[in-house]
Design a protein around this ligand. Structure first.
Ligand code: FBP
Length: 554
């Protein structure tokens, strides 16, 4: 085993808190069924696609006689998609509930995500193995992967692997796509009378797996606390040196929940929210002018420093930029890419581009820094499409802001100095030691997932709610995944999916931000959240996000 850090040793001894209703010992957990459910939209279509798993009842666990049928359970678990702090605790909660119910029960961990299930690549967990991972970050307990489990051929392979080992249930720990696929797999098993149950657990640091049933996905709390600590440190540095503007891109492939939560915690001068950019149809130069206004105001008062948070996915929400990307993809589709690649130098390539793009897209292209122009044409995915996620949007905006400020300087309106530094916070937060909140929440999700298995549920999501209250008051239960589904157009086809939750511009967290950001953009109103705390007053260490507190009106 690797050398242990002092914190790691201490975190091993941390005992995650379960909701009160799960604390009474396995024999005293009873189930209470609620109303039958319907999907959030497109009810007829979803019902037709999920004839065996649609319309099931929401359930809640409570203190009472455990009436589940005793049977030996062999459970398989996979971690799917990007890492999120707390994944190890979901596995350890699942393992502890399974062993507490019957020492003969077994937990198989399929390695490196869904592909482990298809390739029959697994480990069987033991106390010694699990104990090395309790309350630690990362997904290295079994690894993760992004293979999608969605075809009937894959389902048949998974069924074969499960039957080979006598697996009675699978737990899929993943985001919206993985849980959508969990529901489809559950339906497949039910339709085939496979006697295998599927339970999902809501994971992603992006915070976009969220709806009236899922108050937040796990990992969001720790990741945003980690980024906010770093942003707070940078703000303090900026306020000390007083000579740099820091452009900080934060992860979140699509939605801006991470950026918004960091802004609520840190009060930076600027935070872009992609959903607002799309709703207001903002152009690149409108956004850059908005940032430049803050730089100018502060610079003219002698404050030549500031902090701007840029959500990772923002450029995809700028309508004119999306059109540009679309045109570039068309321009280089198929064999046209070969003609482009054969051109001798960037000058020739630029002429080719100028001839091929519409006037409007060329205007947008022209304002991009050359490094980004080249990136759009040279770094493409295996299908030949622009890799928007690789675009260094923090550099893109600081470069346009610089040009605007030069013009304003020439006009005499701007008198300050502008020096920009760039950062990207993403991987730094995905495997951090889980906060107390995530350690407790994840352990509860895993423990609860086993209770759902034990009571025979299939196609359910492990649901723990009332999360803005102390763990004592959390409510544990399960919700049919089909309840969260609607039909969306994906790759030219109508598909049943769990709706991705974007930042709600009418929601309380955004409204709070909107009401304060003008002051933050002018003044130095920074807050410094500091390190993720474990040992200290519970009102500091155990509370969750600003987003959830505002949503709950607290
Ligand atoms: P999930 O949606 O799978 O949880 O992953 C989210 C995320 O962390 C995004 O924030 C980020 O854009 C992406 O993964 C990075 O993916 P990769 O790990 O493949 O580089």
């Amino acid at each position: 085993m690797n050398k242990l850090s002092p914190l790691q040793k201490v975190r091993y001894t941390y005992v995650p808190k379960l909701p009160k209703m799960l604390r009474n010992g396995i024999l005293e957990i009873s189930v209470k069924e609620g109303e039958e459910t319907t999907s959030v939209r497109d009810q007829l279509k979803i019902k037709e696609l999920f004839p065996n798993t649609y319309g099931k009842k929401e359930i809640v666990f409570e203190k009472g006689n455990n009436t589940s049928t005793p049977k030996k359970q062999i459970v398989g678990v996979i971690l799917s998609g990007g890492q999120a702090p707390g994944g190890h605790n979901v596995v350890s909660g699942l393992y502890d509930a399974l062993k507490a119910t019957n020492k003969e029960n077994e937990l198989y961990g399929f390695k490196n995500g869904p592909s482990g299930l298809i390739n029959d690549d697994f480990i069987i967990f033991t106390d010694e193995y699990i104990d090395q991972f309790r309350n630690t970050g990362g997904f290295d307990i079994i690894g993760s992967g992004r293979t999608k489990l969605e075809s009937v051929e894959q389902f048949a392979l998974v069924e074969k692997v499960c039957h080979k080992h006598g697996i009675t249930a699978l737990v899929i720990i993943g985001g919206d796509d993985s849980n959508t696929n969990a529901a489809v797999l559950a339906e497949y098993f039910a339709a085939n009378n496979s006697n295998i149950q599927v339970i999902g657990c809501p994971k992603t640091i992006d915070g976009d797996l969220k709806n009236e049933d899922i108050e937040c996905s796990f990992g969001f709390d720790t990741a945003t606390k980690t980024y906010s600590e770093l942003i707070g440190n940078i703000q303090r540095d900026a306020n000390s040196a007083k000579k740099y503007w820091h452009f900080i891109k934060v992860m979140g492939r699509s939605a801006s929940h991470v950026a918004l939560e960091c802004a609520l915690k840190c009060q930076p001068n600027i935070c872009l929210i992609s959903e607002e950019v799309a709703a207001k149809k903002m152009s690149l130069s409108q956004i850059a002018n908005y940032i430049a206004d803050s730089v100018e105001y502060r610079g003219n008062k002698g404050m030549n420093f500031g902090v701007a948070i840029i959500p990772e996915g923002v450029v995809e929400f700028v309508p004119e930029f999306s059109s540009l990307i679309h045109e570039i993809n068309e321009l280089l589709a198929g064999s046209k890419a070969d003609s482009f690649n054969a051109l001798a130098n960037w000058k020739e390539k630029y002429n080719f581009i100028e001839k091929g793009l519409s006037k409007e897209s060329m205007e947008v292209f022209k304002i991009l820094p050359e490094s980004i122009q080249q990136q759009l044409f040279l770094e493409r995915d295996p299908h030949g499409n622009v890799q928007v996620s690789l675009i260094e949007s923090e550099k893109l905006f600081s470069s346009i802001v610089k040009d605007i400020l030069e013009t304003r300087k020439a006009n005499g309106t701007y008198k300050g100095k502008f020096n920009a530094l760039h950062h990207f916070f993403g991987y730094e937060g995905r495997c951090a030691f889980p906060s107390n909140f995530d350690a407790d929440y994840c352990y509860s999700l895993g423990y609860n997932a086993f209770m759902l298995i034990q009571y025979g549920y299939n196609g359910y999501l492990s649901k723990v709610s009332n999360l803005s209250k102390p763990a004592d008051e959390w409510i544990a239960g399960g919700m049919p995944i089909t309840k969260m589904m609607n039909i969306e157009r994906r790759h030219g086809e109508d598909k049943p999916v769990i709706k991705k939750a974007l930042v709600e511009l009418e929601g309380k967290p955004f409204k709070y931000f909107e009401a304060h950001r003008d002051v933050w953009s002018k003044e130095t109103a920074y807050t410094y959240p500091g390190a993720v705390q474990y040992y200290g007053p519970s009102e500091i260490c155990d509370i969750t996000t600003e987003t959830l507190a505002l949503e709950k009106g607290e």
